[in-house]
Design a protein around this ligand. Structure first.
Ligand code: G3H
Ligand code: 13P
Ligand code: ZN
Length: 317
């Protein structure tokens, strides 16, 4: 199935528009119906474009058949809410050519091939192979150069490998990819920046943006880990300590340096958990999942709206 049959857009124009106007398009990971509802209703209200993204793990969790139906439902639901901004369906951290090809064949409008753990030449070869296949179907491709500290799907990187600014032009030219994820000190999960006083490596980002002027850059691991959500989780029986994320001011600064796609997953996980914990603790007789899942959905929706306005700057209201 081609993505246009699902009412989706590729990310080419989305990211170019964002780059030109200095905002970012969010890459919001989702895993279930309530999260999808929260993302779409938030983006409809802020009139923001959105990249719905799924990891290989999330795709397996939802199942390919239901995922296709959810994607079609998401675009129909968005139009019902009056949303006119484009919506993409993106594979996050695709590890192989085969998984990227499967996603393209089932209706994804964008894929990430993440060969950032491989030597430069292997990364180029694999990323180019995916780009050649994807472009036959007008599907966009994101690749990564440099590797983030932390967990992404089953891969664990125990240290940060910053993107080398001297490699980026050759990488983009030789692969033909449409956007590039860079490693400048963010990491996946809720335990970022070993020293919370550290800042992202804006010096590296500046060199990358100068070398690749006018080219869409992507920031992974960009959750802010809001303290109010951690407090709420812990208040209602959770035990999360030492978690911290990337301050919003740094994300906004990065956005002004050609980062035009910002990925967020962990913050929504925290909002979801806070919502469920609160209801189940305060109303111990509740056993209808709709009651606690709608509380989680409401908190996620507020989070996404806040991100669209205060981090992405993508709101048209
Ligand atoms: O980059 C990683 C994302 O947060 C996806 O995580 O593989 O647990 O779905 P996941
Ligand atoms: P966070 O863990 O910071 O939300 O990052 C998500 C991400 O980069 C998905 O690709
Ligand atoms: Zn990521």
């Amino acid at each position: 199935m081609h993505y246009t049959e699902l009412g989706l857009s590729n990310t080419h124009k989305m990211l170019r528009d964002a780059l030109r106007h200095g905002y970012a398009v969010p890459g919001y990971n989702f895993n279930n119906l309530e999260q999808l509802q929260a993302i779409i209703s938030a983006c409809a209200e802020t009139k923001s474009p959105v990249i719905l993204q799924v990891s290989a793990g999330a795709r397996k969790y939802m199942g390919a058949t239901l995922l296709t139906a959810l994607a079609r439902g998401a675009t129909d639901y968005a139009r019902e809410l009056g949303m006119t901004a484009p919506i993409a369906l993106h594979l996050d951290h695709g590890a192989t050519f085969e998984v990227c090809r499967d996603c393209i064949d089932m209706g994804f409008s964008s894929v990430m091939i993440d060969a950032s753990d491989k030597p430069f030449d292997e990364n180029v070869t694999l990323s180019r192979r995916v780009a050649e296949y994807a472009h036959k179907y007008d599907v966009s491709v994101e690749a990564e150069l440099g590797a983030l500290y932390g967990i992404e799907d089953d891969k664990i990187s125990t240290e940060t490998h910053y993107t080398n600014p001297t490699d980026v032009v050759r990488f983009v030219r030789e692969t033909g990819v449409d956007s590039l994820a860079v490693s400048i000190g963010t990491s996946h999960g809720a335990y970022k920046l070993k020293n919370p006083a550290d800042t992202l490596r804006f010096d590296i980002l500046e060199q990358i943006a100068a070398a690749l002027s006018d080219f869409p850059l992507v920031l992974h691991g960009a959750s802010s880990v809001p303290q109010n959500l951690i407090d709420e989780i812990n208040k209602y029986g959770g035990k999360i300590s030492g978690a911290h994320g990337i301050p919003e001011s740094q994300l906004v600064r990065a956005r002004k340096m050609n980062i035009c796609k910002i990925n967020v997953d962990s913050d929504a996980r925290l909002a979801f958990t806070a919502g469920v914990r609160k209801i189940l603790t305060e109303q111990s007789d509740v056993f209808d999942p709709r009651t606690y899942l709608s509380a989680a959905r409401d908190l996620m929706k507020e989070l996404y709206k806040d991100k669209n306005i205060n981090v992405m700057g993508s709101n048209k209201i």
